[in-house]
Design a protein around this ligand. Sequence first.
Ligand code: SAM
Length: 315
Amino acid sequence: IKDMADDEAIQATNDDASECKRYAVQLGYWSDPFINFFVKQTGRKAPEINRGYFARVKGIEVFIDKFLKLSGEKGQIINLGAGFDTLYWRLKEAGKTPINFVELDFPSITARKCYHIKKRKHLIDMLNTEDGEIRFSTTDLHAANYHLVGTDLRHISELINKLTEAEVNFNLPTMFLAECVLVYIDTSAVSTLLKWLAAKFSNSLFVNYEQVNMKDKFGQVMLSNLRSRGCLLAGVEDCESLETQQRRFTINNWEGSNAWTMVEVYDSLPQDDRSRIEHIEMLDERELLVQLLQHYCISVAWNGQTFKNLSIAQG
Ligand code: SAM
């Protein structure tokens, strides 16, 4: 029962992320004409939170652009714990769709996402299908190059079936994306998942966004950091530092990895973009933003030569 309660609390973190994204989009931090199909009106969020989400979305975009460029027309994107992310439609609108795009989350979340997609002709029309066929079940949706599937990432045998149903080709260049997901899964299950992905996808890039620097000055994991929004952060040990973030990949058979705090990511974004969003809302103390950004990071890991040593620099 405790586990189920935790799973429900974990699923609720998706509502939180989607609401924050919708609020920042509404204020003009970045453009996302699709998020309002998935989330209703939301309450106000603090300026530093909005800037943090801006850095997260733009930072991830840098790696998506690099991945798509390096993989030619042959890349697949697999979003682990995708929640209500609108990335597929944003890429589609920008004319940058990969050859296949797969989203995985708990069936209760994918069922809700399926429901929202089914209701919106605009979203459906953008799922390109040569023969016009889209297959739906309560929890899964299969179109030509978009697949939304319900699964628990802790269960590898189920994951294999779901990836096969989603027409994933293990030999193509593949990017995995996990935004605030691994931290909710216990270390041994993450380890099994990362090892399995490393063994199956020899030409791949993993882009991970989550908490970092979770220890206080005495080297203790801060108690307030063990739970977030009421759920246990099972993987908090891996979020201790940039080094533990990187090591999580290399000890699980990924060839190499790198990691940056969101302070570094924010500072690497184009000056024009930063000036523009810094004028949207006043933030009296930059220190507040820095404190927040220091506790999040982007880490990347790779297998094979194509995606080796990517940097956060644009272009
Ligand atoms: N990545 C999305 C984003 O950035 O908007 C959602 C982030 S939300 C904080 C975390 C997501 O991970 C939730 O949708 C949750 O259901 C999913 N998740 C956590 N553990 C999972 C598991 N074991 N299997 C599948 N999905 C999981």
